[in-house]
Every structure is written in C-alpha cells, then in structure tokens.
Write a protein that binds this ligand. Structure first.
Ligand code: FES
Length: 148
C-alpha cells in the first residue's frame, strides 16, 4: 500500500473511532434522516443555519466505518460555509466519486481520503449517505432520504 493510501486509511479510521460533531443538537433549525436500505444503516443530520450560514452541524447514527468517517469529515468541511458553498461541495464530492473531479483538477482537500471508494460501487453509497442527508436538511425535505 502506498504511503498516501495508508495515510487516507488512517484518517478514515481516526474519524470512525472518534467522530467529530457527533451529538444531538437541541437548537437545530433543520434536520434530516438518511437511510441506506442495502445495510439498514442510518444517519440524522442537524443544522443550525443563521443568515444562510451553517453555524453548527452535528449528526447521530449507526453506520460502517466509511459512513461514519464520511459524515464526520462532512461536518468539518461544511461548518462555517454558506448553504450554497456546502451545496457546491456536495456536487464536487459526487464528481470526485465518479472520477470527474480529478479530470477537472478540482481540489477536494481532506475529502480526498474517499477518492479510492469509487472503485467499490457499494461503498460509494456509504460515503455519500451523509451528503444526501445534508442536502435534504438544507432543502428542508421532510421525507427520509435513501441512497437507493
Ligand atoms: Fe451501511 Fe456502509 S455498510 S452505510
């Protein structure tokens, strides 16, 4: 395994072991529930949005290591961003998992640790569950989000 892949794996394992922003937010202004029907895993995203800025984001859920790490890193990536910026990051994350971001030279920062997931289609759903759920919370969608 290359040094870079080893580093990416370590980051994912760290965020799985010690997920950031993992708590129930009592003062959330928006929430959404996501579900991966392939495995039954779930994630709930809490947002506190003020003046169009994600001032606070947290989550709770049960997921595999990729899902938990992806949710943790997602919360770190979008906190302090505008809703539009977070939406843009969501779009770029998708582009990364289809290989398009690399072709277009889009920089993904620490989210690059999930780049290798695109080789495993089932795992792509693990990595994107949090982002779909974030998207639903930002759009104020009421129905549960599914990766299917
Ligand atoms: Fe369920 Fe990854 S196996 S989200």
């Amino acid at each position: 395994m290359s040094d870079l892949k080893e580093l990416y794996k370590e980051v994912i394992l760290d965020h799985n072991r010690n997920p950031r922003n993992c708590y129930i937010m009592d003062c959330a202004t928006r929430t959404a529930d996501g579900h991966n029907p392939l495995c039954g895993d779930t994630v709930k995203v809490y947002l506190r949005i003020e003046d169009g800025i994600i001032e606070e984001i947290s989550f709770q859920g049960h997921g595999c290591a990729i899902c938990t790490a992806s949710t943790s890193l997602m919360t770190e990536s979008v906190r302090g961003k505008t809703v539009e910026e977070a939406q843009g990051l969501f779009d770029e994350f998708h582009l990364m998992l289809t290989g398009v971001a690399e072709e277009q030279g889009i920089e993904m920062g620490k989210l690059m640790v999930f780049e290798g997931v695109r080789e495993y289609p089932v795992r792509v759903k693990c990595a994107t569950l949090a982002w779909h759920t974030l998207h639903a919370a930002m759009e104020e969608k009421k129905e549960n989000v599914s990766t299917e």
